[in-house]
Design a protein around this ligand. Structure first.
Ligand code: SF4
Length: 412
Protein backbone atom coordinates (compact mmCIF):
# COMPACT_ATOMS: atom_id res chain seq x y z
CA UNK A 1 0.00 0.00 0.00
CA UNK A 2 2.61 2.48 1.06
CA UNK A 3 4.96 3.76 -1.58
CA UNK A 4 7.36 5.75 0.45
CA UNK A 5 10.66 6.42 -1.22
CA UNK A 6 12.07 8.45 1.61
CA UNK A 7 11.29 6.94 4.99
CA UNK A 8 12.99 3.63 5.51
CA UNK A 9 11.75 0.77 7.65
CA UNK A 10 11.55 1.55 11.37
CA UNK A 11 11.12 5.21 10.54
CA UNK A 12 14.79 5.63 9.60
CA UNK A 13 15.70 7.97 6.83
CA UNK A 14 18.34 6.65 4.46
CA UNK A 15 20.66 8.96 2.61
CA UNK A 16 20.79 11.27 5.61
CA UNK A 17 24.32 12.49 4.88
CA UNK A 18 23.31 13.72 1.44
CA UNK A 19 20.14 15.17 2.92
CA UNK A 20 22.02 17.17 5.55
CA UNK A 21 24.57 18.36 2.99
CA UNK A 22 21.79 19.60 0.70
CA UNK A 23 20.32 21.61 3.56
CA UNK A 24 23.50 23.55 4.24
CA UNK A 25 23.69 27.15 3.06
CA UNK A 26 26.77 28.20 1.11
CA UNK A 27 27.75 31.31 -0.78
CA UNK A 28 27.99 30.98 -4.56
CA UNK A 29 31.49 32.45 -4.21
CA UNK A 30 33.44 34.38 -6.81
CA UNK A 31 34.66 31.55 -9.06
CA UNK A 32 36.36 33.07 -12.13
CA UNK A 33 35.53 36.60 -11.01
CA UNK A 34 37.81 37.11 -7.98
CA UNK A 35 39.30 40.27 -9.49
CA UNK A 36 35.92 42.00 -9.85
CA UNK A 37 35.31 44.70 -7.25
CA UNK A 38 32.74 44.02 -4.52
CA UNK A 39 30.74 47.00 -5.78
CA UNK A 40 30.47 45.48 -9.24
CA UNK A 41 29.87 41.92 -8.07
CA UNK A 42 26.93 42.99 -5.90
CA UNK A 43 25.52 45.23 -8.64
CA UNK A 44 22.72 43.45 -10.49
CA UNK A 45 23.30 45.51 -13.60
CA UNK A 46 26.95 44.40 -13.67
CA UNK A 47 25.80 40.80 -13.33
CA UNK A 48 23.41 41.22 -16.25
CA UNK A 49 25.98 42.96 -18.41
CA UNK A 50 28.44 40.14 -17.82
CA UNK A 51 26.11 37.22 -18.45
CA UNK A 52 27.52 34.17 -20.19
CA UNK A 53 25.66 34.33 -23.47
CA UNK A 54 27.88 32.82 -26.16
CA UNK A 55 29.34 29.44 -26.99
CA UNK A 56 32.86 30.88 -26.81
CA UNK A 57 32.34 32.16 -23.25
CA UNK A 58 30.74 28.92 -22.15
CA UNK A 59 33.55 26.80 -23.62
CA UNK A 60 36.13 28.92 -21.85
CA UNK A 61 34.41 28.84 -18.47
CA UNK A 62 33.12 25.29 -18.68
CA UNK A 63 35.86 23.25 -20.36
CA UNK A 64 33.95 20.04 -19.58
CA UNK A 65 31.19 21.01 -22.04
CA UNK A 66 29.80 17.77 -23.46
CA UNK A 67 29.07 17.22 -27.19
CA UNK A 68 25.35 17.33 -26.31
CA UNK A 69 25.76 20.70 -24.59
CA UNK A 70 27.98 21.99 -27.39
CA UNK A 71 25.31 21.08 -29.96
CA UNK A 72 22.57 22.70 -27.85
CA UNK A 73 24.52 25.90 -27.32
CA UNK A 74 25.26 26.20 -31.04
CA UNK A 75 21.52 26.30 -31.71
CA UNK A 76 20.34 28.09 -28.56
CA UNK A 77 20.09 31.54 -29.95
CA UNK A 78 17.59 30.37 -32.57
CA UNK A 79 15.28 28.76 -30.02
CA UNK A 80 15.80 29.93 -26.44
CA UNK A 81 18.84 32.07 -25.73
CA UNK A 82 21.73 31.05 -23.54
CA UNK A 83 22.11 33.42 -20.62
CA UNK A 84 23.68 32.78 -17.21
CA UNK A 85 24.74 35.56 -14.80
CA UNK A 86 28.22 35.01 -13.27
CA UNK A 87 26.69 34.66 -9.80
CA UNK A 88 24.46 31.76 -10.90
CA UNK A 89 27.15 30.23 -13.09
CA UNK A 90 29.22 29.70 -9.94
CA UNK A 91 26.65 27.18 -8.73
CA UNK A 92 27.49 24.85 -11.62
CA UNK A 93 29.80 22.01 -10.70
CA UNK A 94 32.11 21.87 -13.71
CA UNK A 95 33.37 18.45 -12.67
CA UNK A 96 29.88 16.96 -12.77
CA UNK A 97 28.20 16.48 -16.14
CA UNK A 98 25.01 15.70 -14.26
CA UNK A 99 25.06 18.78 -12.06
CA UNK A 100 21.40 19.70 -11.41
CA UNK A 101 22.10 23.40 -11.95
CA UNK A 102 23.77 22.68 -15.28
CA UNK A 103 20.79 20.69 -16.57
CA UNK A 104 18.55 23.70 -15.96
CA UNK A 105 20.45 26.44 -17.78
CA UNK A 106 22.98 24.90 -20.18
CA UNK A 107 21.33 24.13 -23.54
CA UNK A 108 21.44 20.59 -24.92
CA UNK A 109 21.02 19.16 -28.40
CA UNK A 110 17.99 17.19 -27.16
CA UNK A 111 16.04 20.46 -27.18
CA UNK A 112 15.71 20.01 -30.94
CA UNK A 113 14.01 16.60 -30.55
CA UNK A 114 10.36 17.47 -30.92
CA UNK A 115 7.57 14.95 -30.51
CA UNK A 116 4.32 15.55 -32.44
CA UNK A 117 2.31 15.93 -29.22
CA UNK A 118 4.61 18.52 -27.71
CA UNK A 119 3.50 22.13 -27.92
CA UNK A 120 4.99 25.59 -28.12
CA UNK A 121 2.15 26.97 -25.98
CA UNK A 122 1.20 24.02 -23.75
CA UNK A 123 -1.00 26.08 -21.41
CA UNK A 124 -3.00 27.63 -24.24
CA UNK A 125 -2.09 31.15 -23.12
CA UNK A 126 -2.17 32.72 -26.56
CA UNK A 127 -5.75 31.55 -27.11
CA UNK A 128 -6.87 33.14 -23.81
CA UNK A 129 -5.31 36.51 -24.49
CA UNK A 130 -7.88 39.29 -24.96
CA UNK A 131 -5.20 41.99 -25.35
CA UNK A 132 -1.46 41.59 -26.00
CA UNK A 133 0.36 40.62 -22.80
CA UNK A 134 -2.74 39.66 -20.82
CA UNK A 135 -3.98 36.10 -20.25
CA UNK A 136 -7.48 35.68 -18.81
CA UNK A 137 -7.96 31.96 -18.30
CA UNK A 138 -9.50 31.74 -14.82
CA UNK A 139 -12.65 33.62 -13.75
CA UNK A 140 -11.29 36.03 -11.14
CA UNK A 141 -7.62 36.53 -11.98
CA UNK A 142 -5.34 37.43 -14.86
CA UNK A 143 -1.76 36.94 -15.89
CA UNK A 144 -0.15 40.26 -16.75
CA UNK A 145 3.02 39.73 -18.82
CA UNK A 146 5.42 42.63 -18.61
CA UNK A 147 8.56 41.57 -20.47
CA UNK A 148 10.05 38.71 -22.45
CA UNK A 149 13.44 38.96 -20.73
CA UNK A 150 14.84 36.85 -17.87
CA UNK A 151 18.19 36.91 -16.09
CA UNK A 152 18.82 33.32 -17.22
CA UNK A 153 16.75 31.05 -19.44
CA UNK A 154 15.41 27.79 -18.06
CA UNK A 155 15.67 25.09 -20.69
CA UNK A 156 12.19 23.73 -19.85
CA UNK A 157 10.43 27.12 -19.82
CA UNK A 158 6.69 26.98 -20.54
CA UNK A 159 7.00 30.33 -22.28
CA UNK A 160 10.10 29.47 -24.29
CA UNK A 161 8.10 30.41 -27.40
CA UNK A 162 8.37 34.04 -26.33
CA UNK A 163 11.06 34.59 -23.69
CA UNK A 164 14.42 35.82 -25.01
CA UNK A 165 12.80 36.36 -28.42
CA UNK A 166 15.28 33.91 -29.94
CA UNK A 167 12.57 32.35 -32.08
CA UNK A 168 11.17 35.72 -33.21
CA UNK A 169 7.90 35.78 -31.20
CA UNK A 170 8.30 39.54 -30.93
CA UNK A 171 6.46 40.11 -27.67
CA UNK A 172 5.21 43.64 -27.10
CA UNK A 173 3.09 44.17 -24.02
CA UNK A 174 0.65 47.05 -24.24
CA UNK A 175 0.47 48.28 -20.67
CA UNK A 176 -2.31 50.82 -21.30
CA UNK A 177 -4.59 48.23 -22.91
CA UNK A 178 -3.71 45.58 -20.29
CA UNK A 179 -4.56 47.97 -17.44
CA UNK A 180 -7.71 49.17 -19.16
CA UNK A 181 -8.89 45.56 -19.57
CA UNK A 182 -8.40 44.91 -15.85
CA UNK A 183 -10.17 48.17 -15.01
CA UNK A 184 -13.19 47.24 -17.12
CA UNK A 185 -13.54 43.71 -15.69
CA UNK A 186 -14.81 44.02 -12.16
CA UNK A 187 -14.66 40.23 -11.68
CA UNK A 188 -10.85 40.38 -11.67
CA UNK A 189 -9.63 40.56 -8.10
CA UNK A 190 -6.07 39.24 -8.51
CA UNK A 191 -3.34 40.21 -10.99
CA UNK A 192 -0.16 38.17 -11.39
CA UNK A 193 2.70 40.11 -12.94
CA UNK A 194 4.94 37.74 -14.82
CA UNK A 195 6.88 37.42 -18.05
CA UNK A 196 9.80 36.98 -18.57
CA UNK A 197 10.78 38.35 -15.23
CA UNK A 198 9.06 41.47 -13.85
CA UNK A 199 11.96 42.20 -11.50
CA UNK A 200 14.12 42.93 -14.53
CA UNK A 201 12.16 46.16 -14.96
CA UNK A 202 13.64 49.18 -13.26
CA UNK A 203 12.15 50.14 -9.88
CA UNK A 204 10.51 53.14 -11.57
CA UNK A 205 8.85 51.16 -14.34
CA UNK A 206 7.65 48.48 -11.96
CA UNK A 207 6.26 51.10 -9.59
CA UNK A 208 4.49 52.80 -12.48
CA UNK A 209 2.61 49.52 -13.11
CA UNK A 210 1.94 48.71 -9.45
CA UNK A 211 0.65 52.21 -8.77
CA UNK A 212 -1.80 52.08 -11.65
CA UNK A 213 -3.01 48.61 -10.76
CA UNK A 214 -3.39 49.50 -7.08
CA UNK A 215 -5.64 52.38 -8.10
CA UNK A 216 -8.21 49.92 -9.50
CA UNK A 217 -10.75 49.51 -6.68
CA UNK A 218 -11.82 45.91 -7.39
CA UNK A 219 -8.27 44.53 -7.30
CA UNK A 220 -7.86 42.82 -3.97
CA UNK A 221 -4.27 41.72 -4.26
CA UNK A 222 -1.28 41.69 -6.55
CA UNK A 223 1.30 39.03 -7.17
CA UNK A 224 4.70 38.98 -8.81
CA UNK A 225 6.10 35.75 -10.26
CA UNK A 226 9.89 35.90 -10.43
CA UNK A 227 13.02 33.76 -10.56
CA UNK A 228 15.23 36.80 -9.95
CA UNK A 229 15.82 36.20 -6.21
CA UNK A 230 17.37 32.86 -7.29
CA UNK A 231 19.17 33.85 -10.49
CA UNK A 232 20.20 37.33 -9.40
CA UNK A 233 19.70 37.97 -5.67
CA UNK A 234 21.67 41.23 -6.05
CA UNK A 235 18.54 42.67 -7.71
CA UNK A 236 16.59 42.47 -4.45
CA UNK A 237 17.93 45.77 -3.18
CA UNK A 238 16.67 47.62 -0.09
CA UNK A 239 15.32 50.26 -2.51
CA UNK A 240 13.27 47.70 -4.44
CA UNK A 241 11.85 46.26 -1.20
CA UNK A 242 10.97 49.73 0.13
CA UNK A 243 9.10 50.45 -3.11
CA UNK A 244 7.26 47.10 -3.17
CA UNK A 245 6.03 47.39 0.41
CA UNK A 246 3.92 50.39 -0.53
CA UNK A 247 1.64 48.22 -2.65
CA UNK A 248 0.35 45.65 -0.20
CA UNK A 249 -1.30 43.23 -0.24
CA UNK A 250 1.47 42.09 -2.57
CA UNK A 251 2.64 38.48 -2.74
CA UNK A 252 5.77 37.19 -4.47
CA UNK A 253 6.10 33.71 -5.96
CA UNK A 254 9.66 32.67 -6.52
CA UNK A 255 10.86 29.73 -8.62
CA UNK A 256 13.54 27.49 -7.17
CA UNK A 257 14.02 23.84 -8.06
CA UNK A 258 16.99 22.55 -6.14
CA UNK A 259 18.37 23.12 -2.63
CA UNK A 260 21.75 24.21 -4.03
CA UNK A 261 20.01 27.26 -5.52
CA UNK A 262 19.27 28.43 -1.98
CA UNK A 263 22.58 30.07 -1.16
CA UNK A 264 23.38 32.51 1.63
CA UNK A 265 22.94 35.32 -0.93
CA UNK A 266 19.46 34.05 -1.83
CA UNK A 267 18.51 33.62 1.83
CA UNK A 268 19.47 37.24 2.50
CA UNK A 269 17.55 38.51 -0.54
CA UNK A 270 14.45 36.57 0.50
CA UNK A 271 14.84 37.90 4.03
CA UNK A 272 14.74 41.44 2.68
CA UNK A 273 11.49 40.69 0.84
CA UNK A 274 10.01 39.00 3.90
CA UNK A 275 11.04 41.93 6.10
CA UNK A 276 9.08 44.16 3.72
CA UNK A 277 6.01 42.17 4.74
CA UNK A 278 5.75 40.28 1.45
CA UNK A 279 4.35 36.74 1.77
CA UNK A 280 6.64 34.42 -0.21
CA UNK A 281 5.74 31.16 -1.95
CA UNK A 282 7.83 28.91 -4.17
CA UNK A 283 6.96 27.10 -7.37
CA UNK A 284 9.19 24.22 -8.43
CA UNK A 285 9.06 22.32 -11.67
CA UNK A 286 9.58 18.58 -11.33
CA UNK A 287 12.61 17.87 -13.50
CA UNK A 288 14.49 14.75 -14.42
CA UNK A 289 18.18 14.96 -13.46
CA UNK A 290 17.39 17.89 -11.15
CA UNK A 291 14.90 17.21 -8.39
CA UNK A 292 12.94 14.04 -9.15
CA UNK A 293 13.86 12.29 -5.94
CA UNK A 294 12.46 12.46 -2.45
CA UNK A 295 15.67 13.38 -0.64
CA UNK A 296 16.28 16.43 -2.84
CA UNK A 297 12.68 17.62 -2.66
CA UNK A 298 12.43 17.20 1.09
CA UNK A 299 15.69 19.08 1.67
CA UNK A 300 14.52 21.78 -0.72
CA UNK A 301 11.14 22.21 0.97
CA UNK A 302 12.69 22.44 4.43
CA UNK A 303 15.37 24.84 3.24
CA UNK A 304 12.73 27.08 1.65
CA UNK A 305 10.99 27.37 5.01
CA UNK A 306 14.32 28.41 6.55
CA UNK A 307 14.34 31.18 3.92
CA UNK A 308 10.81 32.19 5.02
CA UNK A 309 9.27 30.84 1.81
CA UNK A 310 6.28 28.50 1.76
CA UNK A 311 6.68 25.68 -0.79
CA UNK A 312 3.54 26.38 -2.82
CA UNK A 313 3.45 24.27 -6.00
CA UNK A 314 5.36 21.45 -7.61
CA UNK A 315 4.51 21.57 -11.31
CA UNK A 316 4.59 18.60 -13.57
CA UNK A 317 6.78 19.79 -16.46
CA UNK A 318 4.57 20.98 -19.32
CA UNK A 319 4.70 19.24 -22.70
CA UNK A 320 6.85 21.99 -24.07
CA UNK A 321 8.54 21.22 -27.38
CA UNK A 322 11.99 19.69 -26.89
CA UNK A 323 11.70 19.09 -23.15
CA UNK A 324 11.36 15.28 -23.05
CA UNK A 325 14.88 14.85 -21.66
CA UNK A 326 13.93 16.98 -18.63
CA UNK A 327 10.45 15.66 -17.93
CA UNK A 328 10.09 13.39 -14.90
CA UNK A 329 7.16 11.01 -14.66
CA UNK A 330 3.92 11.67 -12.80
CA UNK A 331 4.61 8.43 -10.90
CA UNK A 332 7.80 9.98 -9.55
CA UNK A 333 5.91 13.12 -8.61
CA UNK A 334 3.31 11.13 -6.68
CA UNK A 335 6.01 9.14 -4.89
CA UNK A 336 7.66 12.41 -3.86
CA UNK A 337 4.38 13.75 -2.50
CA UNK A 338 3.93 10.52 -0.59
CA UNK A 339 7.38 10.97 0.91
CA UNK A 340 6.56 14.48 2.10
CA UNK A 341 3.03 14.28 3.47
CA UNK A 342 3.15 13.26 7.12
CA UNK A 343 6.94 12.89 7.06
CA UNK A 344 7.63 16.58 7.44
CA UNK A 345 5.80 19.76 8.54
CA UNK A 346 2.59 20.46 6.63
CA UNK A 347 4.04 23.87 5.72
CA UNK A 348 6.81 22.06 3.82
CA UNK A 349 4.33 20.16 1.64
CA UNK A 350 3.47 21.92 -1.62
CA UNK A 351 0.57 21.06 -3.91
CA UNK A 352 1.56 18.92 -6.89
CA UNK A 353 -0.26 20.07 -10.05
CA UNK A 354 -0.45 19.27 -13.73
CA UNK A 355 -1.37 22.12 -16.02
CA UNK A 356 -3.86 20.26 -18.20
CA UNK A 357 -2.31 20.24 -21.70
CA UNK A 358 -3.81 22.74 -24.12
CA UNK A 359 -5.28 25.18 -21.62
CA UNK A 360 -7.32 23.15 -19.12
CA UNK A 361 -5.78 24.92 -16.13
CA UNK A 362 -4.06 23.55 -13.04
CA UNK A 363 -5.27 20.19 -11.80
CA UNK A 364 -4.14 19.05 -8.34
CA UNK A 365 -2.83 15.50 -8.26
CA UNK A 366 -2.39 13.60 -5.02
CA UNK A 367 -1.60 10.12 -3.83
CA UNK A 368 -4.79 8.30 -2.82
CA UNK A 369 -5.60 8.76 0.85
CA UNK A 370 -9.34 8.08 0.52
CA UNK A 371 -9.58 4.34 -0.12
CA UNK A 372 -13.34 4.05 -0.36
CA UNK A 373 -16.62 5.84 0.35
CA UNK A 374 -19.88 4.02 0.77
CA UNK A 375 -23.19 4.18 2.64
CA UNK A 376 -21.84 4.36 6.14
CA UNK A 377 -18.15 5.13 6.10
CA UNK A 378 -15.20 6.81 4.50
CA UNK A 379 -12.08 4.64 4.59
CA UNK A 380 -8.82 6.53 4.70
CA UNK A 381 -5.17 5.71 5.14
CA UNK A 382 -2.47 7.74 6.83
CA UNK A 383 1.14 8.41 5.86
CA UNK A 384 2.27 5.17 7.54
CA UNK A 385 -0.19 3.08 5.54
CA UNK A 386 -2.53 2.51 8.54
CA UNK A 387 -6.21 2.38 7.64
CA UNK A 388 -9.03 4.14 9.47
CA UNK A 389 -12.75 4.39 9.18
CA UNK A 390 -14.63 7.67 9.54
CA UNK A 391 -18.36 6.99 10.12
CA UNK A 392 -20.62 9.05 7.89
CA UNK A 393 -23.83 8.40 5.97
CA UNK A 394 -23.82 8.72 2.19
CA UNK A 395 -25.51 12.14 2.43
CA UNK A 396 -22.81 13.40 4.82
CA UNK A 397 -24.86 12.97 8.01
CA UNK A 398 -22.65 11.98 10.98
CA UNK A 399 -23.33 8.46 12.22
CA UNK A 400 -23.71 7.57 15.88
CA UNK A 401 -20.83 5.16 16.17
CA UNK A 402 -17.19 5.70 17.08
CA UNK A 403 -14.46 5.93 14.46
CA UNK A 404 -12.01 3.03 14.40
CA UNK A 405 -8.78 1.81 12.96
CA UNK A 406 -9.14 -1.09 10.57
CA UNK A 407 -6.74 -3.98 10.51
CA UNK A 408 -5.66 -4.37 6.92
CA UNK A 409 -6.76 -8.04 6.57
CA UNK A 410 -10.30 -7.01 7.50
CA UNK A 411 -10.27 -4.23 4.97
CA UNK A 412 -8.82 -6.39 2.26
S1 SF4 B 1 12.68 32.50 -15.33
FE1 SF4 B 1 10.60 31.79 -15.70
S2 SF4 B 1 9.96 32.83 -17.59
FE2 SF4 B 1 12.21 32.98 -17.45
S3 SF4 B 1 13.01 31.23 -18.58
FE3 SF4 B 1 12.84 30.58 -16.44
S4 SF4 B 1 10.83 29.64 -16.30
FE4 SF4 B 1 10.84 30.85 -18.17
Amino acid sequence: MQNNTFAGQNGEYPDSTRFQALKEFHSAGRGFWTDVSEANWTDWRWQLKNRIASLEQLQRLLPTLTPEEYAGTLLANKKLALSIPPYFFNLIDAADENCPIRWQVVPRGQETHAAPWEMSDPCGEDTHSPVPGLVHRYPDRVLFLVTDRCAAYCRYCTRSRMVSNASGYDFHPEFDRQIEYVRRHAEIRDVLLSGGDPLLLSDEKLEFLLERLRAIPHLEFLRIGTRIPVFLPQRVTPGLCAMLKQYHPLFVSIHSNHPRELTTEVREALGRLADAGIPLGNQSVLLRHVNDDAVTMRAHAQKLLMCRVKPYYIYQCDLITGSAHLRASVRKGLAIMESLRGHTSGYAVPQYVIDAPGGGGKVPVNPEYVLSRNNDRVVIRNFEGRIFEYPEAADGTPLGRPPREIEEPEFV
